[in-house]
Write a protein that binds this ligand. Structure first.
Ligand SMILES: [Zn+2]
Length: 118
């Protein structure tokens, strides 16, 4: 944690450097892992993409399994199978998203969001 000696804004308690993007932010914008709100939002966005991709992959595998493995009579309950896939996608993407976000938080690699000066 790097603290500034002089605060440009009077009234601020202190500004703290975010360990992810190395930008100095007001301390209330950082959480207990010293991530700023932007870095949290970026991590959540990445986790969302991973979640959607994982959910899509799961649905593809499940659809192939249902089609070739179970060989259902789709004339009877097509909505039931469709619903199964929708639920699988929803749950799969949610779990994968939370896992991806949790892993990134747990690894907590410093300065990965930092942009080199142009
Ligand atoms: Zn940051």
């Amino acid at each position: 944690m790097i603290r500034r000696d002089e605060s440009p804004r009077p009234g601020r308690v202190d500004d703290i450097t975010c360990i992810r993007c190395l930008q100095v932010k007001p301390s209330e914008e950082l959480d207990r892992l010293m991530w700023c709100e932007d870095c949290i939002a970026r991590a959540r966005k990445r986790a969302l993409k991973i979640g959607l991709a994982s959910g899509g992959g799961l649905v593809l595998v499940l659809a192939l399994y249902i089609w070739f493995g179970i060989r259902p009579d789709l004339s009877l309950i097509p909505t039931g199978w469709a619903l199964t896939l929708v639920v699988a996608f929803y749950l799969g993407s949610r779990v994968a998203r939370e896992l991806a976000y949790g892993v990134e938080r747990w690894q907590n690699r410093p300065a990965v969001e930092a942009r080199p000066p142009a």
